[in-house]
Design a protein around this ligand. Structure first.
Ligand code: GDP
Ligand code: IMO
Ligand code: MG
Length: 424
């Protein structure tokens, strides 16, 4: 059985937790898009892991972890991730594979990300400043790139870096009046990356297809969320990759039809970090209640997340474009204590009722949500492990969301820990 887990909102839905749980039944877990902009949290007992590049199957010692071609790899973040796991006696030796075709995020990408955001002032996108946009832009531009496989030939890489750095410095000086970067410094870092990562760098597409032929079960781990998809999200307030499930085949070389089940992950409400339209946002006491109770602060940047009601229009869209089979609904526990809960079932745009999400920032900015209101519940539910033991209003809320998004909710999160999960 091959599974794909994908975020159905604007990221941080709880994908890390779900991937960790499903990885118990998987031989291989594959990250196929994004980079260290992702922050996937796994909590097991008293141990908390924040994974940025390593697949969320890393915590399970028998799982093979693949970073595929579609990922942009920041070797510094990867090194830190491996070291943090080592501190907990979790080793990735012999079970980490990194695509030779994955592009490398270098210091000049992060610098460019930061300079560009600063220069945009109030129009900034609110990126994670992890160099994601600049690295993917170089990938598409093709002329000035470093891929993981380039670490195999440092002599060739030296010449390449000299050309790249010359080009980047012209941009830094002309557009931002910024200090130049030094090619020798970057080359030195690349040498240390080569020392660390060469044993892991390989043709991951070949590995995945061989594994499929051997009947291995593979879990594909999406990063970000479907509404941050470069082509199908709320452009330009998106990330620079296809973060919906549509990005999975290109991101790892395995066609979508080899995936048996697609599991979408959503929160029982909505959050977003960074700029961009968010029709159900509650920039008020309710939003603050959710932020405090749900600990809604970014895993990667620590920024407070914007919070709002569940948006069935947005999630239905993500389900539709992603061919999602079933959903995991996380953070149900965060809603405990609210008297009433709202679900957005449609938008009003220019006087017209719309139930198909407009992936167009101008139109979406004009959308006013049409809500239905359901009664909340007071009980804390973090210890509940059977659906039927949930307060009736919580059960009804789940069922109502199932009706609005027209997919079964088979997993429910009632707390951050691996164990705080209800299966139906
Ligand atoms: P990801 O990027 O989709 O993997 O999600 P993040 O890890 O960035 O953010 C999800 C946050 O919610 C993390 O702090 C998780 O530990 C936490 N979390 C996940 N599921 C639940 C849940 O059901 N209830 C609560 N209270 N926290 C959860
Ligand atoms: P996970 O995998 C939430 C958002 C940023 C910003 C926009 C562009 O943890 O769900 P980027 O640095 O990618 O150029 O930023 O995308 N963003 C995320 N938001 N979760 C993420 O990942 C995100 N990755 C990027 O906040 O709005
Ligand atoms: Mg996250």
């Amino acid at each position: 059985m091959n599974l794909c887990v994908v975020g159905l909102q604007w990221g941080d839905e709880g994908k890390g937790k779900i991937v960790d749980i499903l990885a118990e039944q998987s031989d291989i877990v594959v990250r196929y898009s994004g980079g260290a902009n992702a922050g996937h949290t796994v909590i097991v007992g008293d141990d908390r892991f924040a994974l940025h590049l390593l697949p969320s199957g890393s915590i399970r010692p028998n799982v093979i972890c693949v970073i595929a071609n579609g990922v942009v790899v920041d070797p510094d973040v990867l090194t830190e991730g491996i070291e943090k796991l080592a501190q907990k006696n979790i080793s990735l030796n012999d079970r980490l594979l990194i695509s030779e075709n994955a592009h490398v995020v270098l210091d000049y990408h992060k610098k460019e990300d930061q300079l560009r955001e600063e220069s945009l002032g109030k129009n900034k996108l609110g990126t994670t400043v992890r160099g994601i946009g600049p690295c993917y832009a170089d990938k598409v531009g093709r002329s000035y790139t470093v891929r993981m496989g380039d670490l195999r030939d440092l002599k060739k890489l030296k010449a390449k870096l000299q050309t790249i750095v010359e080009y980047k410095n012209k941009i830094f000086a002309a557009l931002y009046d910024a200090e130049p970067i030094r090619a020798d410094k970057i080359l030195k870092k690349c040498k240390s990356y080569a020392d660390k990562f060469l044993p892991f760098i390989t043709d991951t597409t070949e590995f995945l297809h061989k594994s499929i032929a051997e009947g291995k079960s593979i879990l594909f781990e999406g990063a970000q969320g479907s509404l941050l998809d470069l082509d199908h999200g709320t452009f330009p307030f998106v990330t620079s990759s296809n973060s919906s499930s549509l990005g999975m085949p290109a991101g790892c070389g395995v066609p979508a039809k080899l995936v048996d089940k697609l599991i979408g992950v959503a929160k029982a409400y909505t959050t977003r970090v960074g700029a961009g339209p968010f029709p159900t946002e509650q920039d008020n006491e309710t939003g603050q209640y959710i932020r405090d109770k749900g600990n809604e602060y970014g895993t990667t940047t620590g920024r407070p997340r914007r919070c709002g009601w569940f948006d069935a229009v947005a999630v239905s869209y993500a389900v539709t474009i992603g061919a999602v089979d079933s959903a995991a609904l996380m953070h149900l526990d965060t809603l405990s204590g609210l008297k009433e809960i709202k679900i957005c079932r449609a938008y009003k745009i220019n006087g017209e009722e719309k139930t198909f999400f407009p992936a167009n920032t101008d139109r979406l900015s004009q959308a006013s949500p049409i809500y239905e209101t359901v009664p909340g519940w007071d009980e804390e539910i973090t210890e509940v492990n059977d659906f039927h033991d949930l307060p009736v209003n919580a059960q009804n809320y789940i069922c109502r969301i199932e009706e609005t998004v027209k997919k079964p909710i088979t997993i429910i999160g009632v707390g951050p820990k691996r164990s705080q999960t209800i299966f139906r």
